[in-house]
Design a protein around this ligand. Structure first.
Ligand SMILES: [Zn+2]
Length: 480
């Protein structure tokens, strides 16, 4: 027995030694200081154009609602990007914008750059400037849509505008697409996708919002990271109802409906019964990020062959993101009981919002909850659902082209694939490409990230100009 333990200890120490040696070999190049690669006049031009776009309150609309703000925005775009509107083929599908820039080779698979015109509503309350002002303070432009997603539109349209002025023609067709209801999960982008699919178009790369160059993607990192969204989680709203006889609350029976619901919710939240797994793409994320951490984290993240179980146990403890990247999440968000304090509810219910993982999508996650619902005699009804998107291929030559270009053009940062927890229009385009990638080449601080959909949404002006330069280089050099 003693020998066996000694042998196991020996093997463990040997593995640990291998992991430490491997870790010491991981190059942790010091992060270079950030100086934006743009001139002041480039930055000023971006700010002027973005301000004009932000000043139109283009709040999400369905196709059958009043689209006048969107048509006003189209006029602003025509003024700000005259060459785009002179030289590109423009199609408007119920407010959704599509542009086609003809390339040299019609046989080559085109590129799609996309974003969305719509914003979530904002009142001026709590803002340091009026919410639709586009005012610039200390080098940052403020306003609803400044980041999500008019900054992405600005960078893409300005890159094309400047290349047109330089007389450049891309190697392949370049399409641009901007829907009017991304924020409400509307049909705009799906309709555009069907329009393109019916033309038989398949894209080499689709580039949308969703990822960016973020300050501290994971706490403790020593440099900014370009995070490239390669898949997005699924979405499901469930109504969970407990049925009972109701009655007066002065003489309550055992197991009233509300108490069964709470017991169910408590068990789900404490047990967290969904399957945890690391996608190969998430492992690649850790591998890419390992060099930007101190020795301890580098040891764990750079040696998943040994430490994966430890990492998977630690991730949910470190941050809610750590759990969300590995498994379906379930959050109870709404509830209803009876209408009076002294009445036992007959049919109280909870609403749960789930974000499903690729390895345990909507149907499989629902099945997990059904098992627990049965135990407490509850009924589950699906209000709405959509599966997690497919996963883009991080071994494609297009993905390699993008990440190599990011590393070259932004020498101070790293690049890694990641999983999007929310939703973007990009999910509709997995049907038309192997490389549906969510990445806008714009530097964003964590505070700016948090300002999306909140007060004081803002974006650094110099980062926009830097993004324009990056996209121009991408379009100039892309010839796969
Ligand atoms: Zn958005």
């Amino acid at each position: 027995m003693g020998y066996v333990l000694l042998a196991l200890l020996g093997i463990f120490l040997l593995l640990l030694l291998i992991a430490v040696i491997r870790t010491l070999c991981i190059k942790g190049a010091p992060a270079a200081a950030f100086t934006p690669a743009c001139t002041e006049s480039e930055a000023r031009l971006c700010a002027e154009k973005l301000a004009a776009m932000v000043q139109i309150p283009s709040v999400s609309r369905r196709e059958d609602e009043d689209l006048s703000e969107f048509y006003r925005l189209h006029e602003v775009l025509a003024e700000q990007f005259p060459l785009v509107h002179e030289k590109l083929e423009k199609t408007v599908l119920n407010g959704t914008l599509l542009y086609r820039w003809k390339g040299l080779d019609p046989e080559k698979k085109p590129i799609l750059l996309m974003g969305h015109q719509d914003v979530v509503p904002a009142s001026d309350e709590g803002w340091r400037v009026p919410a639709y002002s586009g005012a610039v303070i200390d080098g940052a432009l403020y306003g609803r849509g400044a980041m999500d997603c008019k900054s992405t539109m600005l960078v893409e349209l300005q890159a094309v505008e400047e290349l047109l002025r330089e007389g450049f023609t891309p190697a392949c067709d370049v399409w641009l697409e901007y829907s009017i209801n991304e924020e409400t999960g509307g049909d705009g982008a799906a309709a555009a996708m069907r329009y393109l699919r019916d033309k038989g178009i398949r894209f080499a790369i689709v580039l949308d919002e969703g990822g960016a160059i973020v300050d501290e993607a994971v706490p403790g990192m020593d440099r900014p990271f370009a995070v490239i969204g390669i898949t997005e989680k699924g979405y499901m709203d469930l109504k969970i109802t407990a049925k009972g006889k109701g009655g007066h609350s002065s003489t309550p029976p055992r197991h009233t409906p509300a108490a069964r619901l709470f017991a169910f919710a408590h068990e789900i939240e404490t047990k967290r019964p969904f399957k945890k797994a690391l996608l190969p793409e998430v492992k690649e994320m850790f591998r890419s990020m390992a060099p930007s951490f101190g020795f301890g984290m580098r040891l764990v993240m750079g040696n998943l062959w040994l430490f994966q179980p430890l990492l998977m146990a630690l991730m949910p403890v470190v941050s809610p993101f750590g759990e969300a990247v590995m498994a379906t999440t379930c959050c109870f968000t709404m509830m209803k009981g009876s209408d009076a304090a002294n009445v036992i509810p007959k049919e109280p219910y909870l609403v749960a919002n789930l974000r499903t993982s690729v390895h345990q999508n909507c149907a499989a996650s629902l099945a997990v909850l059904q098992r627990y619902a049965k135990k407490y005699d509850l009924q589950i009804e699906v209000i709405q659902q959509r599966d997690a998107s497919p996963v883009s291929n991080i071994h494609s030559k297009e993905y390699a082209f993008l990440t190599a270009l990011i590393r070259r053009e932004f020498p101070d940062i790293g690049a890694a694939p990641y999983v999007i927890m929310g939703g973007t229009d990009c999910r509709h385009f997995h049907a038309l490409t192997e490389n549906a990638l969510r990445f806008a080449p714009v530097r964003v601080t964590n505070a700016q990230n948090a300002s999306c959909h909140a007060v004081d949404e803002n974006v650094t002006v110099a980062s926009l100009a830097e993004g324009v330069r990056f996209l121009k280089t991408l379009l100039k050099e892309y010839d796969l």
